[in-house]
Ligand binder design. Structure first.
Ligand code: GH3
Ligand code: MG
Ligand code: MG
Ligand code: MG
Length: 312
C-alpha cells in the first residue's frame, strides 16, 4: 500500500514550524453490533498503524466520542438497537462533531437507502466484504483531513500559536496535570504596551509584524512542553511547567528585555515596542479561573506601575 501524494497541508506546516510532538496515529472508532466483524476491520486498520476502539453500543455514541475523541467513525449501517443512520443523525446534532467523518461499512447497495444516509451527513460507503487496501486508504484520507481541520481550528492564522479557545482548554488540562503529577504551573499574561499608538503611528501592518515577531521569540525561547497562546489581539498567554516562581519571573524578564531590543521597520521609520506581564502560580491558585484572574491582576499592576515590567 502506497500513501497517495498529499496536497499542501497547512496545519502540518504550522506544526513543523512549532516543533510540535510527532504525528500521533489516527484514532478510529468502529461501531458494529457484531464483534467478529468489528474485530476484523479493526485488525486491518491497526496493522496500518492506526489506533482503533471498538464499540457495539451506538446508543451511547456521544459518550464514546467524548472519551475516545476519534478522527473518524466507521459504522455498520444496520444494528438492532439504533441503526447507523439514526446514530449519524445524533452525532451531527452536536456542533463540535459537524466535521467528524462518518463512513458506513455496509453491504447496502440500494441507492435510495444510501441517499438517506448521505442526507444526515455521512461521508461515504465502503461495501462489505472490504478490500483491506481500500479500507485503509479511504479511512486514512478522511482522518488526515479531520486532523488538518482540527489543527487549523485550534490555531491562530497570523502566528500559528494556539488561539483563545485552545489556550483556555490547555490551561484547564495543564492545571489538572500539574495537580496529578505534583508539579508547578506558571500562567503568564502578556499585553503589548501602548500598542494602539504603534498602529496609529506606523500602521496596522507594522503592528501585525510586531505580533508575529513576539510569537517567534516565544517559540524560539520556550520549551516544547510549554504552551504559547495568542489570547487576544495583542495579548498572549504562556503556560510554563515545572519552574519555581523565581525562575519563571527571571525567564519572562529575559523575554521582556530581548523583545524590547528588537528594532522594527515601517517605511523609513524605526521603532521599538515593549510588553508588560503578570504571572500567577500553582500551587497557590488552585482553580483555572483563579490562575487567570491572578495573572490578569498582576498584569494590570505592571501596567499601572509604568509598563515594560513583570509582576509576580
Ligand atoms: P496598554 O499599554 O494599556 O495595553 O495600551 P494599548 O494601546 O496597547 O491598549 P489598548 O487595549 O487600548 O489597545 C490595544 C490595541 O491593539 C488596539 C488594537 O488596535 C490593537 N490590536 C489588537 N489586535 C491587533 C492585531 O491583530 N493587529 C494589530 N496590528 N493591532 C491589533
Ligand atoms: Mg449489523
Ligand atoms: Mg490589551
Ligand atoms: Mg496593550
Amino acid at each position: 500500500f502506497v500513501k497517495p501524494a498529499k496536497p499542501l497541508d497547512l496545519a502540518a506546516v504550522l506544526d513543523d514550524l512549532m516543533n510540535d510532538k510527532p504525528d500521533e496515529p489516527y484514532r478510529i472508532l468502529i461501531v458494529d453490533d457484531e464483534p467478529d466483524v468489528a474485530e476484523y476491520h479493526g485488525l486491518i486498520l491497526e496493522e496500518s498503524g492506526m489506533l482503533v476502539y471498538q464499540t457495539h453500543k451506538p446508543e451511547v455514541i456521544l459518550e464514546t466520542l467524548r472519551t475516545f475523541n476519534p478522527d473518524l467513525v466507521l459504522a455498520d449501517m444496520y444494528m438492532p438497537v439504533c441503526d447507523g443512520v439514526e446514530m449519524a443523525a445524533i452525532i451531527r446534532q452536536v456542533p463540535e462533531y459537524l466535521g467528524l467523518p462518518i463512513v458506513f461499512l455496509s453491504s447496502e447497495t440500494n441507492r435510495k437507502k444510501q441517499f438517506k444516509a448521505m442526507q444526515v451527513g455521512v461521508e461515504g460507503f465502503i461495501t462489505k466484504p472490504v478490500i483491506p487496501e481500500e479500507l485503509v486508504a479511504s479511512v486514512a484520507l478522511r482522518a488526515e483531513r479531520m486532523r488538518t481541520l482540527r489543527s487549523l481550528m485550534a490555531r491562530d492564522s497570523l502566528t500559528g500559536l494556539y488561539n483563545h479557545t485552545t489556550t483556555t482548554e490547555m490551561m484547564n488540562t495543564s492545571l489538572a496535570h500539574a495537580m496529578r503529577q505534583q508539579e508547578t504551573l506558571a500562567v503568564v499574561m502578556i499585553d503589548l504596551d501602548k500598542f494602539k499608538a504603534v498602529n496609529d503611528t506606523y500602521g496596522h501592518m507594522a503592528g501585525d509584524q510586531v505580533i508575529v515577531a513576539l510569537a517567534r521569540l516565544f517559540k524560539h525561547r520556550l520549551r516544547t512542553t510549554d504552551v504559547i497562546g495568542r489570547y487576544g489581539g495583542e495579548e498572549f498567554a504562556l503556560l510554563l511547567k515545572n519552574l519555581t516562581p523565581e525562575k519563571a519571573n527571571q525567564l519572562v524578564n529575559e523575554l521582556r528585555e530581548d523583545f524590547s531590543k528588537i528594532i522594527f521597520n515601517a517605511g523609513n521609520k524605526q521603532f521599538k515596542v515593549t510588553f508588560s506581564a503578570g504571572i500567577s502560580f500553582y500551587p497557590g491558585n488552585n482553580r483555572s479561573e483563579d490562575l487567570r484572574m491572578a495573572a490578569d491582576e498582576a498584569l494590570y499592576k505592571a501596567k499601572e506601575q509604568g509598563r515594560n515590567q513583570v509582576v509576580l
